[in-house]
Write a protein that binds this ligand. Structure first.
Ligand SMILES: *Cc1c(COP(=O)(O)O)cnc(C)c1O
Length: 403
């Protein structure tokens, strides 16, 4: 594809208008929306209204003017992106905290004692699972390779915890078949959709999935540290109890009773007072998906990927993301022994991707606002940085705290 053809592909792109829903900085090709989504154009005015009108003028009356319903309202807006019913999703806490709540809840609801996960899963998923099993007598965490997950689901497996799209390689599990294997063995499954929701078409209910969690600040564009969300299939909602039994998950928080009584349905997964400012920004982030079909979004992501992959062939650069679009998410990753300084040199040249230790260069393709021209130009700069070995300049070796 030539630059002219890339520009023509943008002009013909049915999702092109979605790019105007974002305030993208000049002079930057942003390929890290899988880590922190771009700022939606509507967010600043919406946040100003929340602070300067709702908070200043309405004060505590705001709780009865939409604030208290925000976790449910935002959850219902996430639902269509992941194939869930509106009453099966709630925005709450962080992905890490939601993993903890659901893992402990499953262990406490049954006799099985093993939680199964994948070696190399996102660190917090493994760290939280480790802490969660420590809270339940007899429980244990079993970590196996990706290839042996299905074969390792056994008679004692209570829960399989997997990340649908891998944060490093973008490898995607077949949700339907792995879920079916877990259910057939009498286990439950919890999908972490942090790199899937808003990136690829997901259908939790048609896969019969039990539980899911995900981030608000990646593809959902909710802003740094945005609230996360969780999904509990309707059939489990009255059976599972939130171990963080806080007052906001109580059936009647404002009855102020001593004893905890869980709210019916998805509301019981709340713990403390919802972060209204942050939920408002997440709601603006979700509005960037208005009218967008997830299969169309996924199809564009796949085309952006193919363009990137075709133009990023250079010595030493090894693509670790599967070629099959159904087997990958919406980012493209490469192994390179000098990934760290190369990423820094790219950032200086205006191409923002990221680095994942020890040797991964990662580029997020966010179909709402990434264009074919962006990918064309970014790969041109990548080729130039590699060919000139500009990344060898000493300033690119410096380490930073967040990568
Ligand atoms: C980004 C990400 C998280 C982040 O969890 P936080 O609690 O928001 O820090 C968790 N799991 C996966 C798979 C992720 O990609």
């Amino acid at each position: 594809m030539t630059l002219e053809e890339a520009c023509a592909a943008d002009a013909a792109d049915p999702l092109r208008a979605c790019r105007d829903r974002f305030a993208l900085p000049e002079g930057v090709i942003y390929l890290d929306g899988n880590s922190l989504g771009a700022l939606p154009a509507a967010t600043p005015a919406r946040q100003a209204d929340l602070v300067e009108r709702q908070w200043r003028d309405r004060l505590i009356r705001g709780w009865n003017e939409g604030w208290i319903e925000a976790p449910r309202r935002v959850g219902a807006k996430i639902a269509p992106l992941i194939g869930a019913a509106p009453h099966e999703v709630i925005a709450a806490d962080s992905t890490s905290a939601n993993l903890f709540k659901l893992i402990v809840a499953v262990l406490q609801a049954g006799e099985r004692r093993t939680v199964l996960s994948e070696a190399g899963n996102f660190p917090t998923d493994l760290h939280v699972a480790e802490g969660a099993v420590r809270c339940v007598p007899g429980a244990r965490l079993e970590i196996v390779t990706r290839e042996s997950i299905a074969a390792s689901i056994g008679a004692d497996t209570a829960l399989v915890v997997l990340t649908h799209v891998h944060y490093k390689t973008a490898q995607r599990y077949d949700m339907k078949s792995i879920t079916a294997a877990a259910l057939a063995a009498g286990a439950m499954i919890l999908w972490d959709l942090s790199h899937s929701a808003g990136a690829v078409a997901v259908d939790l209910n048609s896969a019969d999935a039990d539980l899911a969690v995900g981030c608000g600040y990646k593809y959902l564009n909710g802003g740094p540290g945005a609230p996360a969300w969780l999904f509990v299939a309707e059939r489990h909602q009255d059976r599972l109890a939130n171990p963080l039994s806080g007052w906001m998950g109580h059936a009647q928080p404002f009855a102020f009773t001593d004893a905890y009584e869980p709210a019916p349905g998805i509301d019981r997964w709340l713990c403390g007072t919802p972060p209204v400012l942050a939920l408002s920004a997440l709601e603006a982030g979700l509005a960037t998906f208005d009218g967008v079909s997830m299969p169309a979004l996924e199809a564009k992501g796949a085309r952006l990927f193919d363009l990137f992959a075709a133009r990023a062939a250079a010595p030493g650069l090894e693509c670790v993301t599967p070629a099959d679009p159904a087997a990958r998410g919406s980012h493209i990753s490469f192994r390179h022994p000098h990934a760290w300084p190369i990423n820094n040199a790219l950032i200086e040249a205006g191409v923002i991707g990221d680095f994942r230790a020890p040797d991964i260069l990662r580029f997020g393709l966010t179909p709402l606002y990434t264009g074919y021209e962006d990918v064309w130009r970014a790969t041109e700069i990548l080729g130039e940085v590699l060919a000139t070995e500009r990344w060898r300049e000493s300033r690119f070796a410096e380490r930073s705290r967040v990568t």
